[in-house]
Design a protein. Structure first.
Length: 151
């Protein structure tokens, strides 16, 4: 496993992850809205007088979709909070502030090298050395001890 690439993926897809939460929440709302009974024909009364759903498989499938979407939303939000916390911690540490800035500008904001160089005032070589160290630190913080083995 390439832990640096995995860490880069989290940052490269940061905005997409936020967008995916909105989409999943809309899907969840639609499924819940569409899952309600359409009319009286959607239920039937069995011989004992108890109402039962005509299509129990459909109901079970709908519940599974709801459960899966909720789990995905929760997991995505949790990972985004973790990324935000790491970037905030780096930003609040005077020695690591530049790491947070560079990670955000390069991976999340997608700024070009010349634009970043103008903002941070480093040479291209300094920038790429700092970026390399920043992504290694981020990888260790988000992926743990295994990331150290490849750093």
């Amino acid at each position: 496993m390439n832990y640096i690439k995995e860490a880069e993926n989290y940052l490269n897809h940061y905005k997409d992850l936020y967008f995916s939460i909105k989409i999943m929440e809309k899907q969840l709302d639609k499924i819940i809205k569409d899952a309600g009974p359409k009319d009286i024909s959607s239920t039937q009364i069995n011989d004992s007088g108890v109402r039962t759903a005509i299509n129990q498989d459909e109901a079970i499938n709908t519940l599974f979709k709801i459960k899966t979407l909720k789990e995905n939303i929760t997991e995505t939000k949790k990972k985004l909070e973790e990324i935000d916390e790491i970037l905030t911690d780096l930003k609040n540490d005077p020695e690591s502030k530049i790491y947070a800035d560079i990670l955000r500008m390069w991976y999340i904001e997608g700024k070009s090298t010349p634009d970043i160089l103008r903002e941070v005032g480093y040479s291209e070589r300094q920038f790429f050395n700092i970026k390399k160290e920043a992504i290694r630190i981020f990888a260790v913080r988000i992926l743990g001890i295994k990331a150290l083995e490849v750093c």
